[in-house]
Design a protein around this ligand. Structure first.
Ligand SMILES: CC(=O)SCCNC(=O)CCNC(=O)[C@H](O)C(C)(C)COP(=O)(O)OP(=O)(O)OC[C@H]1O[C@@H](n2cnc3c(N)ncnc32)[C@H](O)[C@@H]1OP(=O)(O)O
Ligand SMILES: O=CC(=O)O
Length: 541
């Protein structure tokens, strides 16, 4: 949680490097002049290219709006057809059967590293609200975690420290679209990705190598292999600058946008010296499916709860991901079941665990090499399924040559119903999550599900889509602005009764409602919820 930020002076940074955020003495551990020089070097080398790629996203989206569709690229056919494999992986990345994820909160980092999972992915992206304090303190926490000196004592006196064999650490920096406005280089806010990656790499790479592990990353929300090429070039410069051998960094790319699913080979190829495979980021993928095909009236999805991994388009993408990774000799990671344990209701809890088991069983049988869980209470559930069905450390030998996935398979619109309750659920979840996020919490339990930026994006994108296309509900009514306003008022009253205003702060709920309403009713689809939300986030925290 954010802590009070006393005012004290920051050190002098090099010319052109400015820290705009409030200063706390604890930050001095990571916001050193040398570390920020390193980040600034990356920003100066790659900032413009990043901006160009973000501009390219806009142009490509404009073409999709006019009816073009993502497709396998003719110009990279030779990459897809050729025989090549990615560089071998270090020993501690051979077996990744269970990975836990979570925000960069100090207590949660310790809990996750101690959870018994093979890997912990510390998340500056979907599970983190990027307040200044969260992102800097997150770096302090990870620095201490890498050195195994991290500890924490809760208000209740409970003390937390690391076990002897913690999980292997991965870090997910923010996606290319997100800025870090509290640091400027040459008068411009910098990239959140380069800030998160650069600081972590600078402070920890040597310590990690000395401890027999390495700098491992998850790379989110990429839309093309050109964006992967940018990451690869960042890695090369980062390693060269610190005198670290090329290929030391390993990164797993989340395939969590629809266009990226058409460029999986190409993404692995760009990163082949640094690749640690691909992961099915299913929640963002569903969001991206809506976003990419936003203007197509025939692509109006059913209730969020019905868009499950057995739907044809999701099944096709996960099978193609497994086939692609195994052909290239690298791990194909499964995704996140959003279920979390239910307290105080044994039967409901068992039902949830059964759903998680079924999800993990589907993944391991398809050939995934590991999977994600959102909560320590699910580690053993996922492990038992993978232990029983995956005999070696991974399934790289299972080439899945039987898989045939076409462009049409990846674009197949899922069938199902749209209901008033589905619409209400999206309103409740979208507004509550945004309120929590504005208060500094990037991941919250809502109605027995883990909700983070990716799942909230689905909720708000669906509301926009249903309104924009005047979608029909199962009872024959159309989703009109009037119906939206009626349900929104009722749901706000419902949230008040549930105590949400007290829990997340009245001001945050009010701002979340305003934001949600504006994005839902806007004529044009907003690319990311977190961009306008970042503008609404208190810059002094
Ligand atoms: C779509 C995607 O991008 S997925 C990746 C991003 N999402 C995530 O990483 C989800 C991470 N999960 C979470 O943040 C949490 O599980 C939540 C917010 C959903 C629920 O958290 P809580 O309400 O605290 O759950 P609960 O009360 O059951 O937690 C019990 C204990 O487990 C800990 N815990 C829960 N989830 C995690 C986690 N993912 N990592 C570490 N510790 C955790 C809690 O801190 C708590 O610890 P304590 O008993 O020592 O106080
Ligand atoms: O980041 C993961 C996802 O499912 O989205």
């Amino acid at each position: 949680m954010p802590t009070e930020v006393p005012s004290s002076k920051s050190p002098a940074f090099s010319a052109g490097v400015e820290v705009k955020g409030p200063w706390h003495p604890d930050y001095a551990e990571v916001l050193t002049p040398a570390a920020l020089d390193f980040v600034a070097k990356l920003v100066r080398a790659f900032g413009e290219r990043r901006e160009g790629l973000l501009e390219r996203r806009k142009q490509v989206q404009a073409a999709w709006r006019k009816g073009e569709r993502p497709h396998f690229l003719p110009e990279t056919k030779s990459v897809r057809d050729a025989q090549w494999t990615v560089a071998p992986l270090p020993p501690d990345l051979q077996d990744r059967r269970v990975e836990i994820t979570g925000p960069v909160d100090r207590k949660m980092i310790i809990n996750a590293l101690n959870s018994g999972a093979n890997v912990f992915m510390a998340d500056f992206e979907d599970a983190n609200s990027p307040t200044w304090d969260n992102v800097v303190r997150g770096q302090v926490n990870l620095r201490d975690a890498v050195r195994r000196s991290i500890s924490f004592t809760g208000d209740n006196g409970k003390h937390y420290a690391l076990v002897d064999k913690p999980a292997v650490l991965f870090v997910r920096p923010r996606g290319w679209h997100l800025p870090e406005r509290h640091v400027e280089v040459d008068g411009k806010p910098i990239s959140g990705s380069l800030f998160d990656f650069g600081l972590f790499f600078f402070h920890n790479v040597r310590e990690q190598l000395a401890r027999g592990t390495g700098p491992y990353f998850y790379l989110p929300k990429m839309q093309s292999h050109l964006e992967a090429r940018l990451w690869n070039d960042v890695f090369l410069m980062a390693q060269d600058t610190l005198g670290i051998p090329r290929g030391t960094i390993k990164a797993t790319v989340l395939i969590e946008t629809l266009p990226a699913a058409f460029e999986m080979d190409e993404i692995l190829y760009e990163l082949r010296e640094h690749s640690a495979g691909l992961n099915c980021g299913r929640w963002d993928y569903i969001f991206s499916f809506i976003k990419t095909l936003q203007s197509d009236t025939s692509v109006v999805l059913p209730d969020r709860g019905q868009v499950t991994m057995d739907k044809a388009f999701l099944n096709a993408y996960s099978q193609l991901l497994i086939q692609t990774c195994h052909r290239r000799g690298v791990h194909a990671m499964g995704g996140m079941a959003a279920f979390i344990p239910i307290k105080g209701d044994a039967a409901a809890n068992e039902a949830v665990l059964e759903k998680v088991r079924a999800d993990k069983l589907r993944e391991v049988k398809n050939g995934h090499d590991g999977t994600w869980v959102a909560h320590p209470g699910l580690v053993s559930i996922a492990r038992d399924i993978f232990d029983a069905n995956m005999k070696g450390p991974n399934q790289l030998a299972n080439k899945r040559e039987d898989v045939r996935v076409t462009e049409a398979d990846l674009l197949k619109v899922p069938s199902g119903t749209r209901t008033e309750e589905g619409l209400r659920h999206n309103l409740r979840v979208g507004i509550q999550y945004t309120a929590a996020w504005l208060g500094g919490l990037g991941c919250v339990p809502l109605y027995n599900l883990m909700e983070d930026a990716a799942t909230a994006e689905i909720s708000r994108a669906q509301v926009w889509q249903w309104l924009h296309h005047g979608a029909s509900l199962d009872d024959g009514r159309k989703v009109t602005p009037e119906l939206f306003q009626t349900l929104l008022s009722e749901e706000m009253a419902h949230l008040e009764k549930e105590g949400v205003h007290e829990k997340y702060g009245r001001e945050h709920v009010t701002r979340a409602r305003e934001l949600f309403e504006r994005l839902s009713t806007a004529p044009a689809f907003e690319d990311f919820l977190t961009l306008p939300a970042y503008a609404a986030l208190d810059a002094n925290r």
